[in-house]
Design a binder for this molecule. Structure first.
Ligand code: SF4
Length: 389
């Protein structure tokens, strides 16, 4: 993994305990989509939705607020889908590649700097939430960003790397201070003596409580693409009710399909695993196929198969977790990202709406070619990147 996600032993557990015990810190947690369908495996519950138990456990161990990263997955969908539509109209920077997987982003920076303009400039849902909390919500609470400690529960260790990228800071403080993998979060609950299976359900905090099925789908391969298609179908074609997308689903490494959006005939691709991404890139660059948007997730099966998820992390478990992600989506009344009224209110309150200059400043980012080391040689394919860390 380009982020060292498979070899990293670093854990933020002690740091998180210290922040919880520090009375000066307001300690906030966000929970990514994929861990909710896997964390229960650590407590013998199987691959079932344990979102509300995770929220309850986090409250018990002392978090001041608990939010759902699905909220900012919806935010990512809206910003990214509009970015895609704008590129389509201008006919530039296509295909658009998704950018919410830090393993893929780092790979592109090291091995495909020629594609960096094609990556969506949207920050990942983790980093959008961090930015929102440190730049806006902290002010609302009347505290300095340095006195807010933001923790994420994520399916992978690559998210630890992402959180420490220097561009994701507010007034000298990281937007996300610590990342716990699904397994590490379970370990903290055990350390606190929590009987996880007996916990009564607890809800996320206001005012960012609503989440759509679309955002939950970010937890599995194809989910980001399906979310964008749902949003575009609602916005451009006034599609009402459910818009379920078939081709994005399933564990095949590469899925490609054509769809019509008004006058545009679009070809969309979904890949999981960097080998599949590389193969697709070769076909695109050689002119063998033409696609308009590509979702890339570095892990097999997407985030359900992330390196921070419980063991055993095989295809059977990935399939069971993905099935539960789709079950959660099917049960949620809110379906498309634009159905999230809390999100609409937050966009309005903090940035005067979505997809404007202000959201671009706080919720988007940029990429740089990075060095890679091959044997004793340092290679830069294009431009000058920062020192490798
Ligand atoms: Fe992390 Fe893997 Fe998901 Fe990428 S696909 S964000 S590396 S869990």
């Amino acid at each position: 993994c380009p982020c060292g996600a498979l070899t990293s032993n670093s854990t933020a557990i002690d740091e998180v305990w210290a922040a919880i015990r520090n009375p000066k810190k307001t300690v906030i947690c966000q929970i990514a989509p994929a861990p909710r369908a896997a964390l229960g495996e650590e407590f013998g519950l199987g691959s079932v939705d344990v979102t509300k138990k995770i929220v309850a456990a986090l409250r018990k161990i002392g978090f001041d607020k608990v939010f759902d990263t699905v909220f900012t997955a919806d935010m990512t969908t809206i910003e990214e889908a509009n970015e895609f539509l704008s590129r389509l109209v201008k006919g530039e920077k296509l295909p658009l590649f998704t950018s919410c997987c830090p393993g893929w982003v780092k790979y592109a920076e090291q091995f495909h700097p020629e594609l960096l303009n094609n990556l969506s400039s949207c920050r990942s849902p983790q980093q959008m939430f961090g930015s929102l909390l440190k730049k806006k919500y902290a002010k609302e609470l009347g505290i300095a960003p340095q006195d807010m400690f933001v923790v994420s529960i994520m399916p992978c260790t690559a998210k630890k790397y992402e959180a420490k990228r220097p561009e994701f800071m507010t007034e000298g403080a990281y937007d996300v201070d610590a990342v716990l993998t699904t397994v590490e979060a379970a370990r903290m609950f055990r350390e606190a003596g929590i009987i996880f299976s007996s916990l009564a359900d607890s809800e996320f905090d206001q005012p960012m409580q609503q989440a759509t099925g679309s955002g939950v789908l970010f937890g599995t391969t194809g989910g980001v693409m399906e979310s964008v298609v749902r949003y575009v179908a609602g916005k451009m074609l006034n599609a009402e009710g459910r818009v379920d997308v078939e081709f994005t689903r399933g564990m095949e490494n590469t899925k490609i399909a054509g769809i019509n959006v008004g006058e545009h005939k679009l070809t969309l691709a979904v890949v999981n695993g960097l080998a599949a991404a590389e193969e697709l890139i070769k076909k695109i660059q050689s002119g063998q196929i033409e696609v308009h948007a590509v979702e890339v997730m570095a892990c097999p099966g997407g985030c359900v198969g992330g390196g921070g998820q419980p063991f055993v992390n095989d295809q059977e478990h990935r399939l069971a977790r993905a099935k539960e992600i789709y079950n959660i989506d099917a049960q949620l009344e809110l379906h498309k990202a634009q159905d999230n009224e809390d999100l609409e209110n937050i966009f309005q309150k903090y940035w005067g709406g979505c997809c404007n200059h202000e959201t671009h400043h706080d919720l988007h980012t940029h990429y740089q070619p990075k060095k890679r080391i091959v044997g004793n040689e340092i290679l830069i394919k294009d431009g000058t990147g920062p020192e490798i860390t």
